[in-house]
Design a protein around this ligand. Structure first.
Ligand code: CMP
Length: 140
């Protein structure tokens, strides 16, 4: 397996409930390293750019409103097969379908307020990391 980097967001529903450390504990226990992290309040433009792939979906407006509603924590995670591994650690998008022990099963409130985001492929991981981090902010 190759060492990869993936992009993660701890979403407003989790930061508002003071769950940043609890989510990070699950991430680290799974063997992923947090090699960059910052707490930001996303602008509407940042959220619309980030989720542009979903702009025709009926939930796009609700998704953007949610992502700008409170601070988020953006992260770069590093490890063996990090992209697929983090998707396993997050669990299914809808917490009702998420496996035991996953972040979404443990913490998510609904399909919209689902606590975390993780990149779905190497190309999107690279684009998403570059939207929020300069190269010298990532320290592996
Ligand atoms: P995320 O991995 O951040 O990528 C797109 C997001 O859209 C997804 O997590 C969900 O939070 C959100 N989403 C997907 N389906 C719905 C839905 N039916 N209603 C509201 N939000 C949704």
């Amino acid at each position: 397996m190759a060492i990869q980097r993936t992009f993660s967001i701890i979403k407003p529903d989790a930061t508002e409930r003071n769950l940043t450390g609890a989510v990070n504990a699950v991430i680290e226990k799974a063997g992923l390293r947090i090699v960059a992290q910052k707490r930001i309040h996303m602008t509407r433009q940042q959220a619309e750019t980030f989720y542009a792939v979903h702009k025709e979906r009926p939930f796009f407006g609700e998704l953007v409103d949610f992502m700008v509603s409170a601070p988020v924590v953006v992260q770069v995670l590093e490890g063996d097969n990090a992209i697929a591994k983090y998707r396993d650690v997050m669990g299914a998008t809808n917490p009702a379908n998420a496996a035991e022990g996953t972040i979404r099963k443990l913490f998510a409130k609904s399909v919209g307020e689902n606590s975390v985001h993780g990149s779905d492929a190497p190309e999107t991981a690279a684009l998403e990391i570059a939207q929020f981090f300069a190269g010298n902010e990532i320290v592996g």
